[in-house]
Design a protein around this ligand. Structure first.
Ligand SMILES: Cc1ncc(COP(=O)(O)O)c(C=O)c1O
Length: 391
């Protein structure tokens, strides 16, 4: 009964933040800049597809904004992850460490490489991969093995299955940076490639460095629900010029450059971002400062409000600046979570629980995992509340 009164108060507060709305989505795009102008320019030029100036422009804007050396645009974030893992050397039969609390795309991209995820637990503060749990799993379950391959003299092997652990994919959950410097250090000393799933964290920094820049490659998504959108789209960032060149090659059907001949030198992918989508992206990133300012101001409002109600609100972890892509609260248990969600939906507030944990899904149930008590506890209690910028 007490909770019910609190829940009604929360819903009233959320509705007051988005006045005049019948139903309040979790996140929606804001098109208040040059979107129509650039899209029209694109249509007038007839370059709407795989060639055009906006793809190059959007890549260079993302590069400048994130401080990355190189940026390669893709058709979506899942494709970007797939190519990043492939270039990180992930092969069929390998194991790739990730977290159980993530969006399905992280694990699907691992599976597209013929590899299998291994799940280690998340940290309470960031909701992303716990550096401590990662290190513990590696110490207890893997060894370094010498190989006869001069390009890869040592590789990390899982002891019981004898399968190579070739990469680690931490995810910056809801935009909050995970303990990425410690994770990068662990991966380096363990001979494991680090690919950051930064799909949700454009605009989020850790110790002053933009997320996505800590490993071999980082990946962003510009799906319609993200901080900025291209309709559908993704990006790989890296500091390695040869990896960037290969990423461009693989995402453009591995076509060999030539004025007019059409030849391909390996099996590639049709993963390039169309010019139309990039045009939208250019207009969107011009406004990213305002969007993130508005989202952080909203998070500040929520933090103060939930402190008054004594309900935990997830704030940015130490040493980080979050884009607060999705705001979250933690309720007492699953029953409370579901009761609150039902009331929200009955009142036009489209809050939602987090994703079902990956290790509980039929495709990944058999995969290796460590104790996942933090992820289980968070999944049962977390609710994402409306987080769209108010501009
Ligand atoms: C954590 C995470 N990884 C990957 C993706 C995949 O991005 P996309 O939807 O652009 O393929 C998303 C978002 O959708 C995501 O949230």
């Amino acid at each position: 009964m007490i909770m019910n009164t609190k829940y009604k108060e929360i819903i009233a507060h959320i509705r007051s933040l988005y006045p005049g709305r019948e139903s309040i989505p979790l996140h929606e795009p804001v098109f208040a800049g040059n979107e129509k102008k650039y899209l029209l320019d694109c249509i007038d030029s007839t370059y709407v597809s795989s060639v055009g100036k906006y793809v190059d422009k959007f890549e260079s804007m993302i590069r400048d904004y994130t401080g990355a050396g190189y940026a390669v645009a893709t058709v979506n974030g899942t494709a970007a992850l797939h190519i990043a893992l492939k270039l990180a050397g992930v092969k069929a039969g390998d194991l790739v460490i990730t977290q159980p609390l993530t969006y399905i795309a992280t694990c699907n991209a691992i599976a597209y490489c013929g590899a299998e995820p291994v799940f280690t637990d998340i940290a309470e503060k960031s909701l992303g991969m716990s550096a401590e749990k990662l290190e513990q799993w590696l110490q207890e379950n893997t060894v370094l093995e010498q190989t006869s391959d001069p390009d890869l003299p040592f590789r990390r092997i899982e002891k019981t299955s004898h399968r190579p652990v070739s990469a680690c994919v931490p995810m910056h959950t809801f935009g909050h940076p995970c303990e990425i410097d410690r994770i990068a250090e662990i991966c380096k000393t363990s001979n494991i490639a680090l690919v950051e799933d930064s799909a949700e964290s454009l605009g989020s920094t850790y110790k002053g460095k933009h997320t996505g820049n800590y490993g071999l490659m980082g990946v962003f998504s510009f799906n319609g629900n993200k901080t900025i959108t291209t309709g559908g789209g993704g990006m790989i960032i890296t500091g390695d010029e040869s990896l960037a060149r290969l990423a461009k090659h693989l995402t453009t059907q591995a076509r060999t450059p030539h004025g007019w001949k059409i030849e391909h030198d390996q099996i590639g992918h049709n993963y390039r971002m169309p010019n139309l989508n990039a045009a939208l992206g250019c207009a969107q990133i011009e406004r990213i400062g305002d969007l993130i300012r508005s989202k952080r101001e909203l998070a500040g409002n929520y933090a103060e409000f939930f402190r008054g109600l004594d309900i935990p609100f997830v704030t940015e972890p130490a040493d980080s600046q979050s884009n607060y892509w999705l705001n979250s609260i933690l309720l007492d248990n699953e029953q409370e979570r579901d009761a609150f969600l039902q009331l929200c939906h009955d009142n036009g507030v489209l809050a939602r629980p987090c994703w079902a944990l990956m290790h509980n899904l039929p495709m990944f149930r058999h995969c290796l995992k460590s104790g996942l008590t933090m992820a289980e506890s968070i999944e049962a209690r977390l609710v994402n509340i409306p987080s769209g910028a108010r501009l």
